[in-house]
Design a binder for this molecule. Structure first.
Ligand code: PLP
Length: 443
């Protein structure tokens, strides 16, 4: 009997009672390798002593002070650190409590920016199908995740979507990467021209698509072309790095590898590594200057923005990631993970694609490798894989609707940055067994 409205009513969930390093423990004494960090959250693993110590110290000093009265050392230090490591042009940070809040703030900043600079006709948002930007209404409207949007469609503001840059599903066999990048980015220009450039406010995209399509990186040059198109029409580029950011792909920000800098960027998950709920919206100098020269504020706010406990935890997480050079490990272990997955699944009849960057990897499951035909969604293969993996002491993040919100299955892997090669091998072994056990027997 539970009084919690759990994600799935009636589901029997183990009770997590502890964690250490890459493992989680339940109340029955079972342990699980946390190979997805929940939803790409736990970048440092569990129970990291330095983060726990920082939390104790902050609790002893100050738990909370409202931001209309005070600032705090923890928030100021974290903002300094984030701006120092941020993409070119980013000058300020707005802290909130998670990814959806970060996206909502980015959308409102974009709108207020155009109001402040005298372009109030700009209000339209363009984003991509098969994306996820959060579950609050503005973020949900922006995302292109069909099944998440469907029941709430009448509540969502109008937004506009183009196809994602998703080579396995959209690139023609005879098409070069360059030609595909130009075609995929060209869809943005077409949409801008269709809507009227002077009405468009922002283009929103995840540099590496996370939960909806399973760690899909863009082809080379795609984002450079996107940046150029946004600049041509005076449109803000909002990069949502809530899932793929803060080191997950092997560089602090995923967009570094695409050679672009956004006007606004959202981060969350790996920012605090799950030790506290925290997200942030990073804004460029020109947006800050427009607010400063205009109304003198960003017209927004929540009770818990800049929460000192959350900022202290995130500061400690970021200090450990830098001090222990963990992004080097993300690159090395990411390559090792993809190598091992290719060895295990390279000839597997039901693994169509292995993709990703750093320790952010997707495995797409298909009924038929040659046609890329997915499994029947009624099979709920992704849920079966998740169950089979948990039975084998492995927590991974499978999802369905990979192709269009209804069809397709993938498994997302996003283990902690501290993972070692032996544990990667165990992850691949258990995942291989879980997938084989979950496949329908006729498959
Ligand atoms: N944006 C992206 C890219 C995400 O992956 C998520 C969550 O998975 C969000 C936004 C929403 O974040 P939150 O669940 O913290 O509200």
């Amino acid at each position: 009997m539970t009084h919690i409205l759990h994600r799935t009513i009636g589901a029997r969930l183990p009770t997590a009672v502890g964690g250490g390093g890459v493992e989680l423990y339940d109340a029955d004494g079972r342990s699980y390798i946390d190979a997805s960090g929940g939803a790409a959250v736990s970048c440092l693993g569990h129970g990291h002593p330095d983060v726990v110590a920082a939390l104790h110290a902050q609790a002893d000093k100050l738990a909370y002070a409202h931001t209309s009265f005070f600032t705090s050392d923890a928030a100021e230090a974290l903002a300094d650190r984030l701006v120092t490591g941020a993409p070119d042009g980013i000058s300020h940070v707005y802290f909130n409590s998670g990814g959806s809040e970060a996206v909502e703030a980015a959308l409102k900043m974009a709108r207020q920016y155009f109001v402040e600079i005298g372009q109030p006709n700009r209000s339209r948002i363009i984003a991509r199908r098969q994306s996820y930007h959060g579950n609050t209404l503005g973020a949900l409207a922006t995302g292109g995740n069909a099944w998440r949007r469907a029941p709430f469609a009448p509540l969502l503001v109008e937004t506009h979507h183009i196809d994602p840059c998703f080579a396995y599903r959209y690139q023609e066999v005879s098409e070069s990467d360059d030609a595909y990048a130009a075609r995929a980015a060209g869809a943005l220009e077409d949409k801008i021209l269709e809507l009227g450039p002077e009405t468009v406010m922002a283009f929103v995209a995840e540099p590496v698509v996370g939960a909806t399509a399973g760690a899909v990186p863009p082809v080379a040059d795609y984002f450079k072309q996107i940046r150029a198109i946004c600049d041509r029409y005076g449109i803000l580029l909002i990069l949502d790095e809530v899932m793929c950011g803060m080191g997950r792909t092997g560089t602090l920000h995923a967009c570094e590898q695409d050679g672009v800098a956004p006007d606004l960027m959202t981060i969350a998950k790996g920012l605090g590594g799950g030790y506290q709920p925290i997200g942030a919206t990073l804004l460029s100098g020109r947006i800050f200057e427009a607010f400063a020269a205009g109304s003198g504020s960003f017209q927004h706010g929540h009770t818990y923005i800049c929460h000192p406990m959350a900022c202290a935890a995130a500061l400690a997480v970021q200090e450990v990631v830098a001090r222990d050079r963990l992004l080097d490990n993300v690159q090395v272990m990411g390559a090792h993970l993809r190598r091992r997955l290719t060895e295990r699944f390279g000839n597997h009849p039901h693994v169509g694609d292995i993709r990703g960057r750093g320790l952010f990897v997707g495995v797409e499951l298909v009924a038929d490798r040659s046609t890329k035909e997915p499994f029947d969604p009624d099979l709920k293969l992704n849920a079966r894989v998740k169950r089979a993996a948990m039975e084998r002491g492995l927590a991974v993040y499978p999802a369905g609707g990979t192709i269009d919100g209804a069809r397709g299955d993938h498994v997302l892997l996003a283990p902690p940055f501290i993972i070692d090669a032996m544990t990667v091998d165990t992850v691949v072994e258990r995942l291989g067994d879980a997938i084989d056990a979950a496949l329908p027997t006729a498959a």
